[in-house]
Write a protein that binds this ligand. Structure first.
Ligand SMILES: [Zn+2]
Length: 309
C-alpha cells in the first residue's frame, strides 16, 4: 500500500506578512523536495475542507465562527502577537485540518498505509478556544477525534517532535484517557508549557524537555529511553505525528542541534512501533520548521522513512 501525500494550493494563500517565519515559502520548499524521482510513487491528492462537525469536536462552535468571521478582506487581522489572519487564511486553515481528516480516513480504511499532510497553518499550539503560536485549529487533535468517531479507534497516539511543546494538543489529550500525547521539545522555550511533571489527569501525557544546545544524542535518547517505550505500552490503533522540523540545528527559532538524519531515524522508529501495534497506521502532519533548506531536507527524509520502513 502506498504512502499518501495531501496538500492544497490554498495553504500557500495564508500569509502573515513580510518577514514572518511561518511563510508560504515553507510549504513551497517542502513540496519542491517531494518532487524528486524517488517520490514519484507517492499517491497525491488535494486536501478537502474540514467539516464543521469535526472541528467542533475539538473547538467550540463560537470559536470556529470567531476565527472564520475575523478573516479580513484585505490586510491582516491579528489574533495574538505572532498569529494573524490574511484573506486566504480561512480556507488554508480548513484545508489543513481537512487534510488530516482525509488522511485519517485513507489510513483507517486501508486505502493507504500511511500519509503525510504537507499543510499550513500548523496546529499544535491551538487551544480549544484560542489561536496562538501561528496556529488556528488543532489539526492533529481534529484528526484524532475523526479516528475515534468515524472509525471507532479506541486508542490514538499523537507524537510531537516539533521543537516547541504542543500545548494545545496536550490540553486536548488531557480530556481523553484513550489519547496518548508524547512530546520532545526545547525547554526553556515558547510556549513555556510541557514540563516532564505534566502527566495529565489520566497519566497519558509524556513530556521530555531538552536543554538548549541538545543535539543528536539527547534527542534520540528522549525517544529510546522515554517516549517510544510509553508509546509501545499504549499500543495505539493509529499514530498521528506532529512533524515539526524546527529542532534542526539550522533553525532560527530555537537552539537544539538536531540533524536532518535524526528526523529520518525517528520516523523509522515511530513507524516500527506502528508496524507492531497497528499495521503501520501513521498520519503525519507538518507543524513548524523555519529554515527553508533544513525544512525541505528534513521533510524529505521523513517522507522517505514513511514510504520504506
Ligand atoms: Zn515549533
Amino acid at each position: 500500500m502506498p504512502t499518501l501525500l495531501l496538500t492544497h494550493p490554498a495553504c500557500l494563500e495564508h500569509d502573515m506578512g513580510e518577514g514572518h517565519p511561518e511563510c508560504p515559502d515553507r510549504l513551497r520548499a517542502v513540496m519542491a523536495a517531494l518532487e524528486s524521482e524517488e517520490f514519484m510513487f507517492l499517491h497525491r491528492r488535494e486536501a478537502p475542507l474540514a467539516e464543521r462537525r469535526d472541528l467542533e469536536r475539538v473547538h467550540p462552535a463560537d470559536y470556529v465562527d470567531f476565527v472564520l468571521n475575523r478573516v479580513p478582506e484585505r490586510g491582516l487581522a491579528r489574533l495574538d502577537p505572532d498569529t494573524a489572519l490574511s484573506p486566504g487564511s480561512g480556507e488554508a486553515a480548513l484545508r489543513a485540518a481537512g487534510a488530516v481528516c482525509d488522511a485519517v480516513d485513507a489510513v483507517m480504511s486501508g486505502e493507504s498505509r500511511n500519509a503525510f499532510c504537507a499543510i499550513r497553518p500548523p496546529g499544535h499550539h491551538a487551544e480549544a478556544a484560542q489561536a496562538m503560536g501561528f496556529c488556528f485549529f488543532n489539526n492533529a487533535a481534529v484528526g484524532a477525534v475523526r479516528a475515534r468517531n468515524r472509525h471507532g479507534a479506541d486508542r490514538v497516539a499523537i507524537i510531537d517532535f516539533d521543537v516547541h511543546h504542543g500545548n494545545g494538543t496536550q490540553s486536548f489529550a488531557d480530556r481523553y484517557a484513550d489519547v496518548f500525547y508524547g512530546s520532545s521539545h526545547q525547554s526553556p522555550a515558547y510556549p513555556g508549557t510541557g514540563s516532564s511533571r505534566e502527566r495529565g489527569q489520566y497519566g497519558n501525557i509524556c513530556n521530555v524537555e531538552l536543554a538548549p544546545g541538545s543535539g543528536t544524542e539527547q534527542f534520540r535518547a528522549a525517544y529510546t529511553e522515554t517516549i517510544l517505550p510509553r508509546l509501545r505500552d499504549f499500543n495505539p490503533e493509529l499514530l498521528i505525528i506532529s512533524a515539526g522540523f524546527d529542532a534542526h540545528a539550522r533553525d532560527p527559532l530555537c537552539q537544539l542541534r538536531v540533524k536532518t538524519e535524526d528526523f529520518g531515524w525517528l520516523t523509522e522508529e515511530l513507524v516500527k512501533v506502528a508496524n507492531d501495534c497497528c499495521d503501520g497506521k501513521v498520519v503525519s502532519t507538518l507543524e513548524g520548521g523555519y529554515d527553508l533548506s533544513a525544512l525541505a531536507a528534513s521533510a524529505a527524509v521523513h517522507v522517505r522513512a514513511l514510504m520504506h520502513t
